[in-house]
Ligand binder design. Structure first.
Ligand code: MRU
Length: 353
């Protein structure tokens, strides 16, 4: 029943090419497969803000390469670039985690006077090495989580996923979608359902594209069909990713995850959160302390440039929510599985970094 890692895995969305960053522009999928070429860190920050690149691990990786671009252009701009990239989106801690790694490399190279002048030639090379390591480690973590998560699933199961957590959202393979890839490859997963993920349609536009591209049969549902799907017995697991997991296991993820968790518990369906250790934020005690990104109401008031709601209407658009740890059956990371996460179990696996 071993998963075959290379099966169903052909997409890469974040690519370093010679001297610049290429991002598969996720705003245009599935209609157009177009790459965005970023040649300075400001362009990378904008791509993160505008969701051309999205998904917690992917924005961390893109930001790391953004720091390399700043070093190539002018090492004197590195502090400003780090600050601009950090401010691009607030919720996914992978962004801050990756930038902290890049900052430590800069500090190690800097002279004792804090200047980078003497290290001008060396910095782009050592920073590129760190960005490459962040990207490669993420891919390896995803493959490991795929194996660990799939092993929890009984053969012949149905699963529901939310948002996009796949190759588009990571270095490749994916977190929750990595478990689904591994579970389909090993025959444990027989049915895959994906929620649309209003308002930005990560599930409908991105997950369905990714699964179809990689030969995984999947069925789209309206977000509002999830509880009914569970009631009909077609899914045994809800499998999702995460943007930030607090010290007690409370998990911020795409808006709608919380209501899926409540519906799952009600119907005896289990909830698996799949996230690398770069998503764990032990400095944040609980979900109440997580900054939830509020985006423009315009994302709800229209679609594809066409207004769909009456003029003058207002919309509230939080794009993440927090699932309390008590609703989570398994948290899968590359370090191992935490069943029914709480503060003690989280500290046991993630306490020593
Ligand atoms: O707003 P997005 O599309 O960046 O939100 C993405 C999610 O919520 C994902 O579930 C999460 O980042 C995990 S991706 C492996």
């Amino acid at each position: 029943m071993d998963a075959t890692p290379d099966c169903h895995d052909s997409i890469r969305a974040v690519l370093w090419q010679d001297d610049h960053l290429r991002l598969l522009d996720q705003r245009l999928l599935p209609a157009r497969e177009r790459y965005l070429d970023c040649r300075d860190s400001g362009e990378v920050a904008q791509a993160i803000r505008d969701l051309a690149v999205r998904g917690a691990p992917a924005i961390g990786i893109a930001a790391a390469w953004g720091v390399v671009l700043a070093a190539q252009r002018d090492p004197a701009t590195l502090d400003a670039a780090l600050a601009q990239l950090r401010a691009a989106r607030p919720t996914a801690v992978n962004l801050m985690w990756a930038l902290d790694r890049m900052r430590r490399v800069i500090e190690a190279v800097r002279g004792s006077d804090g200047s980078v002048a003497g290290a001008r030639a060396e910095l782009p090379r050592v920073l590129a090495r760190e960005a490459r390591a962040i990207q490669d480690e993420d891919l390896a973590a995803n493959r490991r989580m795929g194996e660990l998560g799939a092993a929890l699933i009984a053969p012949g199961s149905g699963v529901l996923t939310h948002c996009n957590t796949g190759s588009l959202a990571t270095a490749g393979y994916g977190t929750a979608l990595g478990v689904i890839r591994a579970g389909v490859s090993s025959g444990r997963i027989a049915r895959v359902f994906a929620g649309e993920t209003r308002p930005w349609l990560q599930g409908a536009r991105l997950t369905m594209w990714e699964l179809t591209r990689d030969g995984i049969d999947a069925t789209l549902i309206a977000d509002s069909a999830a509880a009914h799907l569970m009631r009909t017995g077609q899914v045994q697991w809800v499998i999702v990713g995460a943007d930030r997991i607090a010290a007690n296991g409370d998990t911020a993820n795409k808006i709608g995850t919380y209501q899926l968790a409540i519906a799952a518990r009600h119907h005896g369906v289990r909830l698996m959160v799949v996230a690398p250790s770069s998503t764990i934020d032990l400095a944040t005690a609980s979900g109440a302390d997580i900054d939830i990104e509020l985006r423009s109401g315009d994302e709800l008031l229209g679609y594809g440039g066409t207004r769909t709601v009456v003029a003058g209407a207002r919309a509230w658009n939080p794009v993440f929510d927090v699932t309390p740890h008590a609703l989570i059956d398994a948290l899968v990371s590359e370090r191992g599985v935490v069943e029914r996460p709480d503060v003690a179990r989280m500290a046991a696996l993630f306490g020593a970094r």
